[in-house]
Design a binder for this molecule. Sequence first.
Ligand SMILES: Cc1cc2nc3c(=O)[nH]c(=O)nc-3n(C[C@H](O)[C@H](O)[C@H](O)COP(=O)(O)O)c2cc1C
Length: 175
Amino acid sequence: MKIAVVCYSLTGNSRYAAERIAEGLKADLYPLEPVRPLDPASPMRYVRGGASALLSILPRLKPYDYRSENYDYTVLVFPIWAGRPAAPMLSFVSENTFPPDTVSLVMCSKSGHVRGCMRKLGRYIVGVKKEPGLNLVEPVDASEGTNASALIAYPKELKEHIKQAEKARRSAKAR
Ligand SMILES: Cc1cc2nc3c(=O)[nH]c(=O)nc-3n(C[C@H](O)[C@H](O)[C@H](O)COP(=O)(O)O)c2cc1C
């Protein structure tokens, strides 16, 4: 079973989560980088980042080696911007296609509200679901407690989900 973890992070939370998840899953990690990155220290990041996520202004990404056909499963780790997936992750999903039930989402935010995010991703990933996935609130600041135990439990839960989904696919084929 080959698993990829693809992440975009502006201020380190998603990168932190992605590294732990990749380690737990023994997965390949692909950090995404926009050609023209936002300055994580500039107050303008909220205006530029928020507008790009709201209006689906998709930034160009630096070349990456990830190819979906090389993996059985892909975990996407990214921040929420203006209630939507951060625009660089939207660029990534718009450039790739994924077979049904082969994508899991790990979303980092300040509030934990991700509904608009699911709607937006549904335009790019057929049948995308919130489960199995993680909804993390500032995992770097709160690296103890709930986030920490969720990050430890998630790789095990995801592996079990993949096993069950594979079993269901095989028995549907046999029928
Ligand atoms: C442009 C921008 C917009 C954001 N919008 C939201 C939002 O709508 N809801 C929310 O809960 N957090 C929002 N945040 C906070 C981030 O989602 C949160 O800090 C996240 O953990 C950052 O992940 P990162 O460190 O990997 O970049 C926003 C941050 C930025 C920079």
